[in-house]
Design a protein around this ligand. Structure first.
Ligand code: NAP
Length: 226
């Protein structure tokens, strides 16, 4: 068993999620910011790849005091469990995600993480070891389910999202398409990695809804076949 997995990503009109220097950019506006905060507050856990932590240093906390209070009233931590996929345990011990806001953190490593690194991280996070080289995402999701996670939000980046699609581990995709063009053949996209080669392998989506939001468009897709 695994949690319901949904991906949230903001991309430019030309399908980029940051600049070619992997610098974080504002793609959406206040309405979308509030939507993202709401879906974060509705999730049991929120997951990112180490590339995103190193590039953006996000805290992934729930920003609205009202929503945090709502979670407290329901007997939950103020913030969803923050999960970082990081084979070698490269996350800086000072990363915001390990310090900002109360609640549990999980760093998922593989067998190639140096033991001393894992020990240092244990002071700040629960460690899950899955996989020999990269983190075994299917095994990680099973373990998260075992630990009570039923709804998992994935906030990027393109490498992690790609592997989740490749391995058929995604239930829903939420794409905000912003009114900017970033350009650059090397700028990250919502699903990077190697990509599928055969049409038969493409993940098939169905639109659940498409609404105007800020100066862009929010599209919610369900995964029909993977
Ligand atoms: P990423 O997807 O955040 O992290 C990828 C890294 O995770 C891999 O390089 C690998 O590093 C680790 N990993 C371990 N096991 C893995 C597995 N099974 N599958 C995939 N990855 C695994 O990094 P990224 O692709 O470089 O994306 C970062 C960029 O995305 C930044 O530019 C950021 O600004 C952007 N971003 C944009 C948005 C948006 O919505 N616009 C959201 C988030 C991020 P190790 O081998 O070291 O473990």
């Amino acid at each position: 068993m695994r949690p319901f997995v949904f991906i949230n990503v903001a991309m430019s009109a030309d399908g980029k999620i940051s600049t070619r220097e992997r610098r974080q950019v504002r793609i959406s506006g206040d309405e979308d910011f509030s939507r993202v905060d709401r879906i974060k507050a509705e999730s049991d856990a929120i997951m990112v790849g180490i590339g995103t932590v190193l590039a953006d240093n996000p805290s992934l906390t729930v920003k609205s005091e009202e929503r945090r209070a709502g979670r407290r009233a329901a007997g939950r931590d103020e913030h969803p469990i923050r999960v970082v996929v990081d084979s070698e345990g490269r996350i800086p011990l000072s990363a915001d995600i390990l310090h900002k806001g109360t609640g549990k953190r999980i760093v998922a490593v593989s067998a190639r993480a140096p033991p001393e690194r894992v020990e240092a991280l244990r002071e700040h996070a629960t460690i899950i070891t899955a996989g020999d080289e990269a983190v075994d995402l299917a095994a990680l999701l099973e373990e998260l389910y075992r630990q009570g996670v039923r709804r998992l939000m994935v906030e990027g980046g393109g490498t992690l999202i790609w592997t989740l699609f490749e391995q058929g581990l995604v239930d829903e995709l939420q794409t905000f398409v912003g009114n900017i063009v970033i350009g650059g053949k090397d700028a990250p996209t919502p699903a990077d990695g190697t990509g599928f080669l055969r049409e038969a392998d493409f993940t098939q989506l169905r639109i659940i809804e498409a609404v105007r939001l800020d100066d862009g468009l929010l599209i919610r897709w369900s995964v029909e076949r993977q």
